[in-house]
Ligand binder design. Structure first.
Ligand code: ATP
Ligand code: MG
Ligand code: MG
Ligand code: MG
Length: 562
Protein backbone atom coordinates (compact mmCIF):
# COMPACT_ATOMS: atom_id res chain seq x y z
CA UNK A 1 0.00 0.00 0.00
CA UNK A 2 1.22 3.47 -0.82
CA UNK A 3 0.64 6.18 1.71
CA UNK A 4 -0.43 8.58 -1.03
CA UNK A 5 -3.35 6.27 -1.72
CA UNK A 6 -4.51 5.51 1.79
CA UNK A 7 -5.50 7.62 4.80
CA UNK A 8 -3.23 7.64 7.84
CA UNK A 9 -3.94 10.93 9.58
CA UNK A 10 -1.20 11.14 12.21
CA UNK A 11 -1.23 13.73 14.96
CA UNK A 12 1.73 15.35 16.71
CA UNK A 13 -0.20 16.35 19.80
CA UNK A 14 -1.70 14.03 22.39
CA UNK A 15 -5.50 14.32 22.02
CA UNK A 16 -6.99 16.09 24.99
CA UNK A 17 -9.24 13.47 26.57
CA UNK A 18 -7.20 10.38 25.76
CA UNK A 19 -5.90 9.30 29.16
CA UNK A 20 -4.13 6.04 28.42
CA UNK A 21 -1.35 5.05 26.03
CA UNK A 22 -3.36 2.82 23.69
CA UNK A 23 -6.09 5.42 23.27
CA UNK A 24 -3.57 8.21 22.62
CA UNK A 25 -1.44 6.20 20.22
CA UNK A 26 -4.25 4.66 18.20
CA UNK A 27 -5.57 8.20 17.63
CA UNK A 28 -2.18 9.80 17.05
CA UNK A 29 -0.98 7.10 14.66
CA UNK A 30 -4.18 7.41 12.65
CA UNK A 31 -5.62 3.96 13.42
CA UNK A 32 -8.98 5.29 14.51
CA UNK A 33 -11.11 8.36 14.99
CA UNK A 34 -13.78 9.09 17.52
CA UNK A 35 -17.25 9.65 16.16
CA UNK A 36 -19.26 10.19 19.33
CA UNK A 37 -18.67 9.11 22.90
CA UNK A 38 -17.58 5.46 22.82
CA UNK A 39 -18.12 5.21 19.06
CA UNK A 40 -15.17 4.98 16.68
CA UNK A 41 -14.28 4.64 13.03
CA UNK A 42 -11.53 2.19 12.31
CA UNK A 43 -9.26 3.92 9.83
CA UNK A 44 -7.50 1.73 7.23
CA UNK A 45 -4.60 0.79 9.54
CA UNK A 46 -6.96 0.08 12.45
CA UNK A 47 -9.14 -2.07 10.26
CA UNK A 48 -6.13 -4.14 9.24
CA UNK A 49 -5.11 -4.76 12.84
CA UNK A 50 -8.67 -5.67 13.70
CA UNK A 51 -8.67 -8.17 10.83
CA UNK A 52 -5.42 -9.70 12.08
CA UNK A 53 -6.92 -10.28 15.51
CA UNK A 54 -10.16 -11.55 13.99
CA UNK A 55 -8.21 -14.02 11.86
CA UNK A 56 -6.53 -15.45 14.96
CA UNK A 57 -9.87 -15.70 16.73
CA UNK A 58 -11.47 -17.42 13.73
CA UNK A 59 -8.66 -19.92 13.41
CA UNK A 60 -8.77 -20.91 17.05
CA UNK A 61 -12.58 -21.07 17.14
CA UNK A 62 -12.68 -23.18 13.99
CA UNK A 63 -10.00 -25.49 15.41
CA UNK A 64 -12.07 -25.91 18.55
CA UNK A 65 -15.01 -27.13 16.48
CA UNK A 66 -17.11 -23.98 16.49
CA UNK A 67 -18.87 -22.83 13.34
CA UNK A 68 -19.30 -19.23 12.23
CA UNK A 69 -22.65 -17.64 11.47
CA UNK A 70 -23.94 -14.08 11.53
CA UNK A 71 -27.01 -12.98 13.43
CA UNK A 72 -28.85 -9.67 13.29
CA UNK A 73 -27.83 -6.72 15.42
CA UNK A 74 -31.42 -5.51 15.27
CA UNK A 75 -33.33 -7.73 17.65
CA UNK A 76 -37.02 -7.79 18.29
CA UNK A 77 -38.06 -7.01 21.86
CA UNK A 78 -40.17 -10.17 22.11
CA UNK A 79 -37.09 -12.38 22.49
CA UNK A 80 -35.80 -10.25 25.31
CA UNK A 81 -39.20 -10.24 26.93
CA UNK A 82 -39.30 -14.03 26.79
CA UNK A 83 -35.96 -14.33 28.55
CA UNK A 84 -37.00 -11.61 30.97
CA UNK A 85 -33.96 -9.50 30.23
CA UNK A 86 -36.01 -6.77 28.60
CA UNK A 87 -36.88 -5.87 32.19
CA UNK A 88 -33.61 -6.66 33.91
CA UNK A 89 -30.88 -5.56 31.52
CA UNK A 90 -31.31 -1.89 32.23
CA UNK A 91 -30.24 1.20 30.31
CA UNK A 92 -27.15 -0.46 28.86
CA UNK A 93 -29.47 -2.10 26.32
CA UNK A 94 -30.12 0.29 23.45
CA UNK A 95 -33.79 0.20 22.57
CA UNK A 96 -35.65 1.64 19.63
CA UNK A 97 -38.97 1.47 17.81
CA UNK A 98 -39.70 0.92 14.15
CA UNK A 99 -42.23 2.94 12.12
CA UNK A 100 -45.02 0.65 13.33
CA UNK A 101 -44.08 1.26 16.92
CA UNK A 102 -42.66 -2.21 17.40
CA UNK A 103 -39.88 -2.36 19.93
CA UNK A 104 -36.36 -3.55 19.22
CA UNK A 105 -33.00 -3.73 20.90
CA UNK A 106 -29.59 -3.30 19.33
CA UNK A 107 -27.69 -6.46 20.15
CA UNK A 108 -25.69 -6.09 23.36
CA UNK A 109 -25.27 -9.86 23.30
CA UNK A 110 -27.05 -12.67 21.47
CA UNK A 111 -28.29 -15.32 23.92
CA UNK A 112 -31.91 -14.54 23.08
CA UNK A 113 -31.49 -14.50 19.31
CA UNK A 114 -29.51 -17.71 19.18
CA UNK A 115 -31.75 -19.52 21.63
CA UNK A 116 -34.78 -18.68 19.51
CA UNK A 117 -32.92 -19.77 16.39
CA UNK A 118 -31.80 -23.10 17.79
CA UNK A 119 -35.12 -23.96 19.38
CA UNK A 120 -36.66 -23.73 15.92
CA UNK A 121 -33.95 -25.67 14.12
CA UNK A 122 -32.76 -28.35 16.53
CA UNK A 123 -35.21 -30.87 17.94
CA UNK A 124 -33.21 -34.00 18.66
CA UNK A 125 -30.27 -35.01 20.84
CA UNK A 126 -28.72 -36.32 17.63
CA UNK A 127 -27.96 -32.73 16.52
CA UNK A 128 -26.20 -31.91 19.79
CA UNK A 129 -23.69 -30.66 20.79
CA UNK A 130 -23.51 -27.62 18.58
CA UNK A 131 -21.23 -24.60 18.94
CA UNK A 132 -21.79 -21.48 16.86
CA UNK A 133 -20.01 -18.17 16.85
CA UNK A 134 -20.05 -14.80 15.14
CA UNK A 135 -17.87 -11.70 14.99
CA UNK A 136 -20.09 -8.70 15.07
CA UNK A 137 -20.72 -5.19 16.26
CA UNK A 138 -22.29 -5.00 19.69
CA UNK A 139 -24.07 -2.05 21.26
CA UNK A 140 -24.04 -1.21 24.94
CA UNK A 141 -24.95 2.18 26.28
CA UNK A 142 -22.14 2.11 28.80
CA UNK A 143 -22.49 4.56 31.64
CA UNK A 144 -18.88 5.60 31.30
CA UNK A 145 -17.49 4.89 27.87
CA UNK A 146 -13.78 5.48 28.19
CA UNK A 147 -10.26 4.52 27.30
CA UNK A 148 -11.05 4.44 23.59
CA UNK A 149 -11.68 0.93 22.32
CA UNK A 150 -11.43 -0.54 25.79
CA UNK A 151 -14.93 0.53 26.76
CA UNK A 152 -16.96 1.59 23.76
CA UNK A 153 -20.68 1.88 23.24
CA UNK A 154 -20.30 0.23 19.86
CA UNK A 155 -17.59 -2.42 19.69
CA UNK A 156 -16.62 -5.66 18.01
CA UNK A 157 -17.19 -8.89 19.87
CA UNK A 158 -16.72 -12.51 19.02
CA UNK A 159 -19.54 -14.32 20.74
CA UNK A 160 -20.09 -18.04 20.76
CA UNK A 161 -22.89 -20.20 22.11
CA UNK A 162 -22.93 -23.94 22.69
CA UNK A 163 -25.89 -26.28 23.07
CA UNK A 164 -25.76 -29.65 24.79
CA UNK A 165 -27.70 -32.66 25.88
CA UNK A 166 -25.57 -33.26 28.96
CA UNK A 167 -23.50 -31.42 31.51
CA UNK A 168 -20.46 -33.52 30.53
CA UNK A 169 -20.77 -32.35 26.96
CA UNK A 170 -20.92 -28.72 28.12
CA UNK A 171 -17.88 -29.28 30.34
CA UNK A 172 -15.96 -30.71 27.40
CA UNK A 173 -16.73 -27.83 25.03
CA UNK A 174 -16.14 -25.30 27.78
CA UNK A 175 -12.68 -26.74 28.38
CA UNK A 176 -11.93 -26.78 24.67
CA UNK A 177 -12.94 -23.15 24.24
CA UNK A 178 -11.05 -22.21 27.39
CA UNK A 179 -7.97 -23.63 25.67
CA UNK A 180 -8.84 -21.84 22.41
CA UNK A 181 -9.07 -18.55 24.30
CA UNK A 182 -5.69 -19.16 25.91
CA UNK A 183 -4.27 -19.76 22.43
CA UNK A 184 -5.83 -16.58 21.04
CA UNK A 185 -4.42 -14.32 23.73
CA UNK A 186 -1.02 -16.04 23.67
CA UNK A 187 -0.85 -15.55 19.91
CA UNK A 188 -1.69 -11.88 20.41
CA UNK A 189 1.43 -11.70 22.58
CA UNK A 190 -0.56 -10.65 25.62
CA UNK A 191 0.44 -11.10 29.23
CA UNK A 192 -2.82 -12.55 30.49
CA UNK A 193 -4.32 -14.76 33.13
CA UNK A 194 -7.53 -16.79 33.20
CA UNK A 195 -9.34 -16.01 36.43
CA UNK A 196 -12.35 -17.41 38.24
CA UNK A 197 -15.01 -14.83 37.58
CA UNK A 198 -17.35 -15.82 40.34
CA UNK A 199 -15.46 -15.24 43.51
CA UNK A 200 -18.71 -15.62 45.46
CA UNK A 201 -17.87 -19.25 44.96
CA UNK A 202 -14.13 -18.99 45.42
CA UNK A 203 -12.80 -22.07 43.71
CA UNK A 204 -15.84 -22.44 41.47
CA UNK A 205 -15.31 -23.53 37.90
CA UNK A 206 -18.35 -22.33 36.06
CA UNK A 207 -17.15 -19.04 34.64
CA UNK A 208 -13.74 -17.65 33.81
CA UNK A 209 -12.55 -14.32 32.56
CA UNK A 210 -9.39 -13.79 30.56
CA UNK A 211 -7.60 -10.83 32.01
CA UNK A 212 -4.73 -8.92 30.45
CA UNK A 213 -2.56 -7.80 33.33
CA UNK A 214 -2.29 -4.02 33.18
CA UNK A 215 -2.24 -1.15 35.63
CA UNK A 216 -4.99 0.58 33.73
CA UNK A 217 -7.31 -2.44 34.05
CA UNK A 218 -10.67 -1.83 35.66
CA UNK A 219 -10.84 -5.26 37.29
CA UNK A 220 -8.95 -6.44 40.31
CA UNK A 221 -7.60 -9.95 40.39
CA UNK A 222 -6.63 -11.86 43.50
CA UNK A 223 -4.06 -14.47 42.60
CA UNK A 224 -1.80 -16.89 44.36
CA UNK A 225 1.92 -16.21 44.18
CA UNK A 226 2.68 -19.91 43.89
CA UNK A 227 -0.16 -21.66 42.09
CA UNK A 228 -2.60 -21.15 39.20
CA UNK A 229 -5.27 -19.80 41.49
CA UNK A 230 -6.66 -16.45 40.31
CA UNK A 231 -10.06 -14.85 40.82
CA UNK A 232 -11.81 -11.61 40.01
CA UNK A 233 -12.75 -9.84 43.19
CA UNK A 234 -15.62 -8.14 41.31
CA UNK A 235 -18.21 -10.66 42.38
CA UNK A 236 -17.58 -9.88 46.00
CA UNK A 237 -18.54 -6.23 46.13
CA UNK A 238 -18.68 -3.68 48.85
CA UNK A 239 -22.23 -3.66 50.09
CA UNK A 240 -23.78 -0.57 51.49
CA UNK A 241 -25.89 -1.55 54.44
CA UNK A 242 -29.05 0.36 55.17
CA UNK A 243 -31.25 0.21 58.25
CA UNK A 244 -34.87 1.08 58.25
CA UNK A 245 -35.97 4.06 60.28
CA UNK A 246 -38.95 3.79 62.65
CA UNK A 247 -41.02 6.30 60.69
CA UNK A 248 -40.44 4.26 57.58
CA UNK A 249 -41.82 1.14 59.23
CA UNK A 250 -45.18 2.87 59.57
CA UNK A 251 -45.08 4.74 56.29
CA UNK A 252 -44.08 2.00 53.91
CA UNK A 253 -46.62 -0.05 52.11
CA UNK A 254 -46.38 -3.84 52.08
CA UNK A 255 -47.25 -5.47 48.78
CA UNK A 256 -47.06 -8.65 46.83
CA UNK A 257 -44.35 -8.48 44.18
CA UNK A 258 -45.36 -10.53 41.17
CA UNK A 259 -41.86 -11.30 39.84
CA UNK A 260 -40.89 -12.84 43.13
CA UNK A 261 -40.56 -16.59 43.48
CA UNK A 262 -42.08 -18.37 46.43
CA UNK A 263 -39.86 -19.97 48.99
CA UNK A 264 -41.20 -23.38 47.91
CA UNK A 265 -40.21 -22.78 44.31
CA UNK A 266 -36.74 -21.72 45.33
CA UNK A 267 -36.37 -24.68 47.64
CA UNK A 268 -37.50 -27.10 44.95
CA UNK A 269 -35.13 -25.60 42.46
CA UNK A 270 -32.15 -25.70 44.77
CA UNK A 271 -33.01 -29.01 46.30
CA UNK A 272 -32.45 -27.52 49.70
CA UNK A 273 -34.39 -25.68 52.36
CA UNK A 274 -34.19 -22.13 51.13
CA UNK A 275 -35.66 -20.60 54.26
CA UNK A 276 -32.38 -21.35 55.97
CA UNK A 277 -30.20 -19.49 53.64
CA UNK A 278 -31.70 -16.77 51.58
CA UNK A 279 -32.68 -13.24 52.01
CA UNK A 280 -33.71 -11.40 48.89
CA UNK A 281 -33.38 -7.72 48.39
CA UNK A 282 -35.05 -6.31 45.38
CA UNK A 283 -35.19 -2.88 43.89
CA UNK A 284 -37.10 -1.72 40.91
CA UNK A 285 -35.13 0.98 39.13
CA UNK A 286 -36.93 2.29 36.09
CA UNK A 287 -37.46 -0.86 34.07
CA UNK A 288 -34.60 -2.70 35.70
CA UNK A 289 -35.44 -5.17 38.36
CA UNK A 290 -32.50 -5.94 40.53
CA UNK A 291 -32.34 -8.75 42.98
CA UNK A 292 -29.63 -9.29 45.49
CA UNK A 293 -29.55 -12.47 47.47
CA UNK A 294 -27.74 -12.63 50.72
CA UNK A 295 -27.06 -16.12 51.82
CA UNK A 296 -26.02 -17.67 55.08
CA UNK A 297 -25.76 -21.28 53.99
CA UNK A 298 -22.49 -22.12 52.35
CA UNK A 299 -23.79 -25.28 50.74
CA UNK A 300 -25.95 -23.44 48.22
CA UNK A 301 -24.80 -23.54 44.65
CA UNK A 302 -24.22 -19.97 43.58
CA UNK A 303 -24.50 -20.60 39.90
CA UNK A 304 -27.87 -22.24 40.28
CA UNK A 305 -29.10 -19.32 42.29
CA UNK A 306 -27.77 -16.92 39.77
CA UNK A 307 -29.42 -18.59 36.84
CA UNK A 308 -32.63 -18.83 38.75
CA UNK A 309 -32.83 -15.20 39.62
CA UNK A 310 -30.71 -13.83 36.85
CA UNK A 311 -29.00 -11.99 39.60
CA UNK A 312 -25.95 -11.91 41.67
CA UNK A 313 -25.30 -13.84 44.80
CA UNK A 314 -23.46 -12.01 47.46
CA UNK A 315 -22.27 -13.20 50.78
CA UNK A 316 -21.71 -11.12 53.82
CA UNK A 317 -18.51 -11.49 55.74
CA UNK A 318 -20.45 -12.04 58.97
CA UNK A 319 -23.60 -14.14 58.48
CA UNK A 320 -25.25 -12.33 61.41
CA UNK A 321 -25.21 -9.12 59.42
CA UNK A 322 -27.54 -10.57 56.83
CA UNK A 323 -30.39 -10.17 59.26
CA UNK A 324 -29.91 -6.46 59.42
CA UNK A 325 -29.53 -5.72 55.81
CA UNK A 326 -32.55 -3.97 54.40
CA UNK A 327 -31.09 -2.03 51.53
CA UNK A 328 -28.75 -3.30 48.94
CA UNK A 329 -25.96 -2.84 46.55
CA UNK A 330 -26.36 -4.33 43.18
CA UNK A 331 -24.41 -7.26 41.92
CA UNK A 332 -22.78 -7.67 38.60
CA UNK A 333 -24.67 -10.02 36.36
CA UNK A 334 -21.71 -10.85 34.19
CA UNK A 335 -22.51 -12.00 30.69
CA UNK A 336 -26.12 -12.74 31.51
CA UNK A 337 -27.05 -9.24 32.50
CA UNK A 338 -25.98 -5.75 33.35
CA UNK A 339 -22.54 -5.20 34.65
CA UNK A 340 -20.34 -2.23 34.83
CA UNK A 341 -18.42 -2.48 38.04
CA UNK A 342 -20.39 -3.06 41.17
CA UNK A 343 -19.81 0.13 43.04
CA UNK A 344 -20.71 2.30 40.10
CA UNK A 345 -24.03 0.59 39.59
CA UNK A 346 -24.72 0.46 43.26
CA UNK A 347 -24.24 4.18 43.72
CA UNK A 348 -26.13 5.01 40.59
CA UNK A 349 -29.00 2.75 41.50
CA UNK A 350 -29.30 4.09 45.00
CA UNK A 351 -29.28 7.61 43.64
CA UNK A 352 -31.85 6.71 41.04
CA UNK A 353 -34.27 4.93 43.30
CA UNK A 354 -37.32 6.95 44.08
CA UNK A 355 -39.74 4.09 44.08
CA UNK A 356 -37.73 1.14 45.22
CA UNK A 357 -39.04 -2.22 46.26
CA UNK A 358 -37.42 -4.20 48.97
CA UNK A 359 -38.35 -7.25 50.93
CA UNK A 360 -37.54 -10.69 52.15
CA UNK A 361 -37.85 -13.83 50.13
CA UNK A 362 -41.43 -14.47 51.13
CA UNK A 363 -44.57 -14.00 49.17
CA UNK A 364 -46.53 -10.90 49.99
CA UNK A 365 -43.64 -9.47 51.88
CA UNK A 366 -42.32 -6.53 49.98
CA UNK A 367 -42.31 -2.81 50.46
CA UNK A 368 -42.89 -0.40 47.64
CA UNK A 369 -42.17 3.30 47.38
CA UNK A 370 -38.95 2.78 49.18
CA UNK A 371 -36.52 5.64 49.11
CA UNK A 372 -33.28 4.44 50.64
CA UNK A 373 -32.10 7.86 51.68
CA UNK A 374 -35.39 8.62 53.39
CA UNK A 375 -36.51 5.29 54.74
CA UNK A 376 -33.23 3.62 55.29
CA UNK A 377 -30.08 5.13 56.59
CA UNK A 378 -26.62 3.90 55.86
CA UNK A 379 -25.11 2.35 58.94
CA UNK A 380 -22.14 0.54 57.56
CA UNK A 381 -20.22 -0.45 54.52
CA UNK A 382 -19.71 -4.15 54.69
CA UNK A 383 -16.54 -5.01 52.89
CA UNK A 384 -17.11 -8.27 51.10
CA UNK A 385 -13.62 -8.47 49.75
CA UNK A 386 -12.70 -10.66 52.63
CA UNK A 387 -9.51 -11.88 51.04
CA UNK A 388 -6.54 -9.66 51.68
CA UNK A 389 -3.05 -9.49 50.33
CA UNK A 390 -0.86 -12.00 52.11
CA UNK A 391 -3.78 -14.28 53.10
CA UNK A 392 -3.50 -17.97 52.36
CA UNK A 393 -4.74 -18.64 48.83
CA UNK A 394 -8.13 -20.43 48.80
CA UNK A 395 -6.52 -23.37 47.03
CA UNK A 396 -4.14 -23.74 49.94
CA UNK A 397 -1.04 -22.90 47.88
CA UNK A 398 0.86 -19.71 48.47
CA UNK A 399 -0.42 -16.31 49.46
CA UNK A 400 -2.79 -13.89 47.77
CA UNK A 401 -1.53 -10.95 45.71
CA UNK A 402 -3.56 -8.38 43.81
CA UNK A 403 -3.21 -7.12 40.24
CA UNK A 404 -5.26 -5.04 37.82
CA UNK A 405 -6.67 -6.62 34.69
CA UNK A 406 -8.47 -5.82 31.44
CA UNK A 407 -11.23 -8.35 30.73
CA UNK A 408 -10.65 -9.44 27.13
CA UNK A 409 -12.61 -12.67 27.22
CA UNK A 410 -15.26 -14.45 29.23
CA UNK A 411 -16.46 -18.06 29.17
CA UNK A 412 -19.62 -18.99 31.01
CA UNK A 413 -21.68 -22.11 31.67
CA UNK A 414 -25.21 -20.85 31.32
CA UNK A 415 -26.98 -24.10 32.08
CA UNK A 416 -30.67 -23.94 31.24
CA UNK A 417 -31.24 -20.27 32.12
CA UNK A 418 -32.22 -19.32 28.56
CA UNK A 419 -33.49 -22.63 27.23
CA UNK A 420 -36.00 -22.91 30.06
CA UNK A 421 -37.17 -19.33 29.80
CA UNK A 422 -37.48 -19.54 26.02
CA UNK A 423 -38.51 -23.18 25.71
CA UNK A 424 -35.51 -24.39 23.71
CA UNK A 425 -35.99 -28.12 24.15
CA UNK A 426 -34.93 -31.32 22.42
CA UNK A 427 -36.04 -34.93 22.54
CA UNK A 428 -33.59 -37.19 24.36
CA UNK A 429 -32.82 -40.83 23.54
CA UNK A 430 -35.92 -41.93 25.39
CA UNK A 431 -38.17 -39.50 23.57
CA UNK A 432 -38.43 -37.21 26.56
CA UNK A 433 -38.43 -33.44 26.23
CA UNK A 434 -35.42 -31.76 27.86
CA UNK A 435 -34.19 -28.19 28.01
CA UNK A 436 -30.90 -27.68 26.18
CA UNK A 437 -27.87 -27.00 28.32
CA UNK A 438 -25.95 -23.96 27.14
CA UNK A 439 -22.64 -22.18 27.36
CA UNK A 440 -21.62 -18.73 26.12
CA UNK A 441 -18.20 -17.39 25.29
CA UNK A 442 -17.17 -13.84 24.42
CA UNK A 443 -14.02 -12.11 23.24
CA UNK A 444 -13.81 -8.35 23.02
CA UNK A 445 -12.05 -8.19 19.67
CA UNK A 446 -11.73 -4.39 19.50
CA UNK A 447 -10.86 -4.31 23.20
CA UNK A 448 -8.13 -6.86 22.51
CA UNK A 449 -6.67 -4.55 19.84
CA UNK A 450 -6.48 -1.79 22.46
CA UNK A 451 -5.00 -4.18 25.03
CA UNK A 452 -2.25 -5.15 22.57
CA UNK A 453 -1.55 -1.48 21.82
CA UNK A 454 -1.46 -0.81 25.56
CA UNK A 455 1.18 -3.49 26.06
CA UNK A 456 3.26 -2.87 22.93
CA UNK A 457 4.48 0.72 22.71
CA UNK A 458 7.37 2.97 23.66
CA UNK A 459 7.93 6.71 23.92
CA UNK A 460 7.94 7.06 20.13
CA UNK A 461 4.78 5.16 19.35
CA UNK A 462 3.31 1.75 18.76
CA UNK A 463 5.50 -1.36 18.51
CA UNK A 464 3.28 -4.08 17.08
CA UNK A 465 4.13 -7.77 17.31
CA UNK A 466 4.82 -9.09 13.80
CA UNK A 467 1.62 -11.08 13.47
CA UNK A 468 -0.62 -8.18 14.55
CA UNK A 469 1.03 -5.26 12.70
CA UNK A 470 -1.05 -3.86 9.83
CA UNK A 471 1.97 -4.23 7.50
CA UNK A 472 5.29 -6.01 7.99
CA UNK A 473 7.56 -3.51 6.28
CA UNK A 474 7.59 0.27 6.18
CA UNK A 475 9.44 1.25 3.04
CA UNK A 476 10.63 4.85 3.11
CA UNK A 477 12.24 6.62 0.16
CA UNK A 478 13.56 9.60 2.11
CA UNK A 479 13.35 12.09 -0.70
CA UNK A 480 10.70 11.42 -3.35
CA UNK A 481 12.06 14.29 -5.44
CA UNK A 482 15.34 12.41 -5.83
CA UNK A 483 14.87 10.33 -8.96
CA UNK A 484 17.10 7.45 -7.84
CA UNK A 485 15.40 7.15 -4.47
CA UNK A 486 11.95 7.33 -6.01
CA UNK A 487 12.80 4.69 -8.61
CA UNK A 488 14.53 2.33 -6.17
CA UNK A 489 11.58 2.79 -3.83
CA UNK A 490 9.10 1.81 -6.52
CA UNK A 491 11.19 -1.19 -7.55
CA UNK A 492 11.62 -2.43 -3.99
CA UNK A 493 7.93 -1.98 -3.36
CA UNK A 494 7.13 -4.36 -6.23
CA UNK A 495 9.92 -6.78 -5.38
CA UNK A 496 9.03 -7.07 -1.71
CA UNK A 497 5.38 -7.54 -2.51
CA UNK A 498 6.26 -10.22 -5.04
CA UNK A 499 8.38 -11.91 -2.37
CA UNK A 500 5.29 -12.09 -0.14
CA UNK A 501 5.85 -9.12 2.19
CA UNK A 502 3.03 -6.89 3.27
CA UNK A 503 4.53 -3.45 2.54
CA UNK A 504 3.53 0.10 3.33
CA UNK A 505 5.49 2.64 1.29
CA UNK A 506 5.76 6.25 2.36
CA UNK A 507 5.70 7.85 -1.10
CA UNK A 508 4.64 11.24 0.28
CA UNK A 509 6.68 14.32 -0.47
CA UNK A 510 7.35 15.01 3.20
CA UNK A 511 10.50 15.93 5.09
CA UNK A 512 12.61 13.00 6.32
CA UNK A 513 11.93 13.98 9.94
CA UNK A 514 8.19 13.78 9.42
CA UNK A 515 8.41 10.43 7.67
CA UNK A 516 10.59 8.87 10.37
CA UNK A 517 8.47 10.23 13.21
CA UNK A 518 5.30 8.91 11.56
CA UNK A 519 6.98 5.58 10.94
CA UNK A 520 7.91 5.19 14.59
CA UNK A 521 4.41 6.23 15.61
CA UNK A 522 2.73 3.73 13.29
CA UNK A 523 5.02 1.02 14.63
CA UNK A 524 5.55 -1.53 11.85
CA UNK A 525 8.17 -4.17 12.77
CA UNK A 526 10.70 -3.36 10.02
CA UNK A 527 11.66 -0.08 8.40
CA UNK A 528 13.58 -0.04 5.14
CA UNK A 529 15.01 3.35 4.32
CA UNK A 530 15.97 4.28 0.77
CA UNK A 531 18.38 7.19 1.20
CA UNK A 532 21.46 8.69 -0.39
CA UNK A 533 23.32 5.37 -0.52
CA UNK A 534 20.55 3.85 -2.65
CA UNK A 535 22.58 4.90 -5.69
CA UNK A 536 25.29 2.44 -4.52
CA UNK A 537 22.69 -0.26 -3.85
CA UNK A 538 22.79 0.18 -0.08
CA UNK A 539 19.68 0.45 2.09
CA UNK A 540 19.13 0.92 5.80
CA UNK A 541 17.07 -1.56 7.81
CA UNK A 542 15.78 -0.64 11.24
CA UNK A 543 14.09 -2.98 13.69
CA UNK A 544 11.33 -0.99 15.38
CA UNK A 545 11.41 -2.98 18.60
CA UNK A 546 15.14 -2.93 19.36
CA UNK A 547 16.02 0.21 17.44
CA UNK A 548 18.84 -1.76 15.83
CA UNK A 549 19.99 -0.29 12.48
CA UNK A 550 21.98 -2.13 9.80
CA UNK A 551 23.02 -1.36 6.26
CA UNK A 552 22.02 -4.01 3.78
CA UNK A 553 22.85 -4.67 0.14
CA UNK A 554 19.81 -4.37 -2.00
CA UNK A 555 20.28 -7.90 -3.33
CA UNK A 556 20.18 -9.30 0.21
CA UNK A 557 17.24 -7.32 1.49
CA UNK A 558 14.48 -9.92 1.25
CA UNK A 559 16.61 -12.62 2.87
CA UNK A 560 17.71 -10.21 5.60
CA UNK A 561 14.27 -9.15 6.73
CA UNK A 562 12.47 -12.46 6.24
P1 ATP B 1 -17.05 -5.39 31.41
O1 ATP B 1 -16.99 -6.09 32.73
O2 ATP B 1 -15.73 -4.84 30.99
O3 ATP B 1 -18.16 -4.38 31.32
P2 ATP B 1 -18.67 -7.46 30.45
O4 ATP B 1 -18.41 -8.49 31.51
O5 ATP B 1 -19.87 -6.64 30.57
O6 ATP B 1 -17.38 -6.51 30.32
P3 ATP B 1 -19.24 -9.55 28.57
O7 ATP B 1 -20.71 -9.44 28.60
O8 ATP B 1 -18.59 -10.65 29.33
O9 ATP B 1 -18.61 -8.14 29.01
O10 ATP B 1 -18.80 -9.53 27.04
C1 ATP B 1 -17.75 -10.31 26.47
C2 ATP B 1 -16.52 -9.48 26.17
O11 ATP B 1 -16.83 -8.31 25.40
C3 ATP B 1 -15.83 -8.94 27.39
O12 ATP B 1 -15.01 -9.91 27.99
C4 ATP B 1 -15.04 -7.76 26.83
O13 ATP B 1 -13.81 -8.21 26.32
C5 ATP B 1 -15.91 -7.27 25.69
N1 ATP B 1 -16.63 -6.05 26.06
C6 ATP B 1 -17.66 -5.92 26.90
N2 ATP B 1 -18.09 -4.66 26.99
C7 ATP B 1 -17.30 -3.94 26.15
C8 ATP B 1 -17.24 -2.57 25.78
N3 ATP B 1 -18.10 -1.69 26.29
N4 ATP B 1 -16.30 -2.18 24.88
C9 ATP B 1 -15.44 -3.08 24.35
N5 ATP B 1 -15.45 -4.38 24.67
C10 ATP B 1 -16.36 -4.82 25.55
MG1 MG C 1 -17.86 -10.47 31.29
MG1 MG D 1 -17.16 -8.11 33.35
MG1 MG E 1 -20.15 -4.67 30.99
Amino acid sequence: MKQSMTLIPTLREVPADAEIKSHQLLLRAGYMRQNSSGVYSFMPLGKKVLQKVEAIVREEMDNAGAVELLMPALQQAEFWQESGRWYTYGPELMRLKDRNNREFALGATHEEVITSLIRDEVKSYKRLPLTLYQIQTKFRDEKRPRFGLLRGREFIMKDAYSFHASQESLDEVYNRLYQAYSNVFARCGLNFRAVIADSGAMGGKDTHEFMVLSDIGEDTIAYSDSSDYAANVEMAPVITRYEKSEEAEAALEKVHTPGQKSIEEVSAFLDTDATKCIKTLLFQVDDKQVVVLVRGDHEVNDIKLKNYYNASVVELAEPEATKEVLGCAIGSLGPIGVSDGIEVIADAAVEAIVNGVTGANEEDYHYINVNPGRDFTVTAYVDLRFIQEGDLSPDGNGTIQFAKGIEVGHVFKLGTRYSEAMNAVYLDENGRTQPMIMGCYGIGVSRTVAAIAEQFNDEKGLVWPGNIAPYQVHLIPVNMKDETQATVGEELYSELKAAGFDVLMDDRQERAGVKFADSDLIGLPIRVTVGKKAAEGILEVKIRKSGEVVEVNRSELAAKIR
